[in-house]
Each structure stands twice: as C-alpha cells, then as structure tokens.
Write a protein that binds this ligand. Structure first.
Ligand code: ZN
Length: 297
C-alpha cells in the first residue's frame, strides 16, 4: 500500500547536484557564496536544504535527538548565526520561542511554519505541524518563494526541489488516507502530541485520558488518577497501538509503554528531530510506514 519513496529521494538528491554559484545579498555575509539560512530544528533545515541544494548554507540550531526543542536555550553561537542569516525558518506556535529574541535587530526573511496551519490561533493548538503534509506543502511553497526572492538565479533549481518535496508530501497524505480507509478509526493511545497530525490524518482515535498528553508535553507529572485511568485503558484492550514520543519519555509514559508491551500492543515512537543522515521526506515516509504497520493497515 505504501509506495517506496526511494526513487523520489534519489531524484531529489540528484537535483541538489545541479547548482552553480549563488548570489548573496550585499548586506549578508557570504557562506561560500551560498544563501545563509538558519532553521530552529533540523526538520526545517532539511526542508530548506532539499529545496535550496548547494545554493544554501543551512545552520540547524537543534540537530540532535538528545536535545528537547521545548526546553532549548539559545547560545551566543546561535545568535551569531541568526545575525548573518538571509532567511530564518522556525516552527512557531510556542515551540521554539528562543528565536524571537535571536531575531531582534535581524533583517532576515522569516518563515513561521505553524502560521501555515489554519488552526494556529485556536486554544490547545498542536504545534507539531511538520507531521501535517497539507501544512508542509504550504511551507515548501513559502521556502521556494523566499529563496527565489533572495537568489533569483536559483529560480529553476528551487522550483525543482520544491516540486520533488511537494510530490513526497502529497504521497504522504495519500498514504495516510489509505491507512484511514483500512484501519477504520482504530483506537490508539497517544502519550504526547508529537504524532497528533499523523494519527488524525490516518483517522485514528486517541483514547488517552484527558490531561495525560498535555502533562507529558509540558514536563509535568501526570496526576495519579490520570495515570491509573491510562493504565486501565491499556488493560481493557481495544487499543491497537501506543504512539509515543521517542525523545521525551517520562516515568508515566514508560509505565504506559510497559503495560502495552505486556499486553502485546505495539508501541510506535516518533521524534521531534531528524535522525542523522535522513532527509525530511525519508523520515516522514518511515514514520507513516511504521504507523501503518502498527495499526495493521
Ligand atoms: Zn513536542
């Protein structure tokens, strides 16, 4: 059901090899003549690199699975990178608030990914928008436009890179729709909001008790009654899979995961940061494939 993306990834990679010399705006420091870009995480860094190829020089502030973006504090080095950037891409929605301060006095073009989601002003908005293919297609278009404005000579390359990524995201959306058709609203237990958009697009129903995932996300203790209710949900059966955040596992999440394993329920983990040597498109495809496998779609 899930089509291999390898061919697409190869096509995107070969596009990256096509570039010539890039012009950099006169008031921006040159990075080997490439456009200096800063991304708050390597998820957005990968997106810009896939579109800009070797016409961009991307610095991703958070690029390690060992770092929790929600708790990141910017360094002097980050400040220096942002000062020299022609383009900055952030998640927004309260995810990476350190960027607001870093941008003070900056002339960089700024793309805020969560602004592309129609629900971004709503109460309780899930800010993990990179797992929402529709939102990310809009973001890809914004990156393409921004890079083309900064470096008009790169127009054709940026258009090709953006088209490859848009195709990958369109496929991701189709794969999620296929899970939705096959899994028919299966119950899942989501420990933390990070996979929320994937689960919603796949039509999966979250049965975690109210307050569980928000406490985990905010780094608070889950209330004892909520934890008991959570363990009961798992024990009662009916949960097809537990969807967890591989980067932020508190003791309550571990209890739920242990309970699920004991009950033979698959636990699928998702991360906020790209693993090394993986592109955003590959990562999305892998996340959706593991979701499909866990819910038997
Ligand atoms: Zn998160």
């Amino acid at each position: 059901m899930i089509k291999p993306l390898a061919a697409l990834a190869l096509a995107a990679a070969s596009l990256l090899a096509l570039a010539g010399c890039a012009a950099t705006p006169a008031d921006q420091p040159a990075q080997d003549g490439r456009i200096p870009v800063v991304a708050t995480t390597n998820v957005y860094g990968s997106i810009v690199a896939e579109i800009g190829g070797d016409r961009v020089h991307v610095t991703s502030i958070i690029d390690s699975l060992a770092k929790d973006p929600h708790e990141y504090e910017a360094t002097a080095r980050d400040r220096l990178a942002v000062r020299g950037a022609a383009l900055v891409i952030e998640n927004g929605g309260g995810y990476d608030p350190f960027m607001t301060d870093l941008l003070d006095g900056s002339k960089a073009e700024v793309i805020t990914a969560s602004d592309a989601h129609p629900g971004h002003d709503a109460e309780g908005f899930n800010e993990h928008v990179w797992f929402d293919p529709t939102t990310m297609i809009t973001v890809v278009g914004e990156v393409q436009r921004a890079l083309t404005t900064i470096d008009p000579e790169g127009r054709a390359q940026f258009a090709q890179g953006a088209a490859a990524l848009t195709t990958a995201l369109t496929t991701a959306g189709q794969d999620l729709a296929a899970i939705k058709a096959e899994a028919r609203g299966a119950d899942v237990f989501i420990t933390e909001p990070v996979p929320g958009y994937l689960a919603a697009a796949a039509g999966l129903v979250d049965t975690a008790p109210e307050g569980f995932s928000s406490a985990v996300e905010e780094g608070h203790d889950v209330a004892p009654a909520t934890l008991l209710a959570a363990l009961k949900v798992i024990r009662d059966g009916g949960v097809t899979a537990v969807l967890a955040n591989g980067q932020a596992a508190g003791s309550e999440t571990q209890r739920v995961e242990q309970e699920a394993k004991a009950a033979g329920i698959p636990v699928v983990t998702f991360t906020e940061i790209l693993p090394k040597d993986t592109t955003y498109a590959e990562w999305m495809h892998a996340a959706i494939a593991s979701l499909a496998a866990a819910v038997g779609a």
